[in-house]
Write a protein that binds this ligand. Sequence first.
Ligand code: ATP
Ligand code: MG
Length: 235
Amino acid sequence: MDVAVVTVGDELLTGETENTNATWLCRRLTDRGARVRRVTTVPDDEADIARVVNEFHAEYDATVVTGGLGPTHDDRTMAGVAAAFGRELAHSQVAEDWLVEHGGYAADDLAEGTTAIPADARVLHNDPGVAPGAVVESTYVLPGVPTEMRAMFERVADEFEGERQHVETVFAAEPESELVGRFEQVQTEFDVTVGSYPGDGVSIRVSATDPDAVEAAAAWLRERVDSGEEGRDGE
Ligand code: ATP
Ligand code: MG
């Protein structure tokens, strides 16, 4: 299952807020076996949100949008998602009833627009917060507040799935440029994907859905790279 993540918020684009929601969602979706193919951040702007949701809906099996819920003027996400699907925003009685029952709110106390979601969307309740989320076709709309986003994602987590990737990491104390030939060879010999992450030495990440292929390829590499541990056993 291929998934796209959209994080909404001017404060993310200025660097005022670190985009921890994107990282958390990528990890959680990957853990479930979904493949995250895009992460995009857009401003609190209805047209920007509508455009990217429309594009991702056409391209991916599911899209997760977070941030910019709620009834204040700068929260444009529900309107943007509604526009992407050619729907109106509509009051959700299901959302209101839940807030009255579980949130202890009197219906009249809820700020206007709190329960507005795209027409005919599925409501996602917000256990630690107020603003409801929604699911429109395969687009999931979650709050921006990290605790609220995480709790709401867990309500729908089992709707994201795929074949889990197995991963092994091999360390090489060699310049990355010298490893290129072995990277090519290991991918010819085994049905695995190899990623190379230089830093202090190179972390080589071997991944595949077949754990035996990962293990065999990692063993092949370990025999052929300098791990930097020569002499540790008195050699
Ligand atoms: P609420 O449900 O309370 O209305 P919201 O969905 O409107 O929240 P925002 O107004 O976008 O959420 O953001 C609320 C808070 O969450 C802000 O402090 C914001 O910086 C933080 N936040 C929003 N998006 C992210 C993100 N991608 N990563 C980390 N923090 C975020
Ligand atoms: Mg915001």
